[in-house]
Write a protein that binds this ligand. Sequence first.
Ligand code: PMP
Ligand code: GLU
Length: 397
Amino acid sequence: MRLSSRVEKIKPSETLAITAKANALRAQGRDVIGFAAGEPDFDTPVNIKNAAIKAIEEGFTKYTPVGGTDELKDAIAAKFKRDNDLEYKRSQIVVSCGAKHTLYNLAQVLFDAGDEVIIPAPYWVSYPDIVVLAGGRPVIINTQEKDGFKMKPEQLKAALTKHTRAIIINSPSNPTGAAYSQEELKAIAAVLLDKDIFIISDDIYEKIFYANFPFINIAACEPKLKDRTIVVNGVSKTYAMTGWRIGYAAGPEEIVAAINKIQSQNTSNPASIAQKAAVEALSGDQNIVDKMVSEFQRRKDYIVDALEQIPGVNCFSPEGAFYVFPNVSNIYGRSYKGRKITNSTELIDYLLDEANVAAVPGVAFGSDDHIRLSYATSLKNIEEGVKRIKDAVSKLE
Ligand code: PMP
Ligand code: GLU
């Protein structure tokens, strides 16, 4: 069958594919420990669920304005003011069906054939394909583990060309957990000040933050860049609301209007009920977030330490998000029963077959020396899963 050249240029999301594979194996009775899914294991908090139930009971079940209700836009504007010291009008905010949809819409309104989009690696698996689907060309900057997986201003300077249209900054990062400090962002901002390019700041892990400095985004750090920055965020990770599909962007009015136009021809509004839930998430009790984050931090401390104790594994300590991205390249070249492990994909397949552990190969995020494990699962699972990895790795010689 002939499919469009557009779809032939991309791959399916590897994080979702491996999560589905692990679920299918479990359904067949295999006791698989899942470190693949990038979603909180906590239930959506009860006040948020109740807001949705109330919405249904009150009949708030019809189309809303394409880009979200005024009530939700006001809650988002209040969140930006409260948390980020950024001011936006309703006309500068648009709500979509998850931050992935927001990023997709943004790429569709910004990029044309030949436009280059700078993506620091390791990157979230979907960025390059979202850019390619819009006709743009991803330009990858390889950050170094010794630099804390952060892009250096010199690297950024060297990647800029007359075709550069935008850069994507994701702090804290999926998959490394690296987060930029104010000084580091200022240095990046200094390179961008006199360049006519857009900055896409994906702040989805903003609240899942452990560093000893506060979270800040580039528009707050350098107000002169605010007119060219589009901040992307959502409720999926902070409020354990992955299934509700609410993401949003704030930025220049013209871009927001263009996203509204695109969205009016694809999904129309995000679910009315989920929008009511998102209002409660953003405006209700925020202590629930602290509780989830302290549990993530406990697990992070455990998993980093436990992975470090596996000979051949080195684990960068994340400053945010809920992933670890251990360097496993010292294991490459070893074999078990004639099966040689030479890259991250082969290691992940081996761990699934021999240890019943599901994780994601680093190559999906632009680094074949690493694998990604999500610790958004119970400490009990983490203990057992890491033990299994250790046993499987020790069999390799
Ligand atoms: N950005 C990053 C870095 C992510 O990890 C995710 C989660 N898949 C998203 C955006 C999209 O999140 P959602 O569509 O669930 O809002
Ligand atoms: N962001 C999550 C992850 O990276 C969810 C899956 C996805 O949307 O890719 O695993």
